[in-house]
Design a protein around this ligand. Structure first.
Ligand SMILES: [Zn+2]
Length: 64
């Protein structure tokens, strides 16, 4: 069986990840593959979004 794979070209814009409004911190490891990086935790710290310094992923709080 062949599994469908998400191919990520280098030019792909950073991912946006939505999290629930009650979440205070998120962790990111860049996902698998070339974009992976050590696990880091980010705190929203009152903001509605936080960006990963490693892979530029944007974590966005969903509005309730
Ligand atoms: Zn990241």
């Amino acid at each position: 069986m062949v599994k469908d794979k998400m191919v990520r070209p280098m030019t792909q814009p950073p991912e946006v990840i939505e999290v629930s409004a009650d979440v205070d911190s998120v962790k990111c490891n860049g996902g698998n593959g070339a974009l992976g990086h050590p696990v880091v935790w980010y705190s929203f710290d009152g903001k509605s979004q936080v960006e990963c310094a490693y892979c530029d992923r944007l974590f966005l709080k969903k509005s309730a």
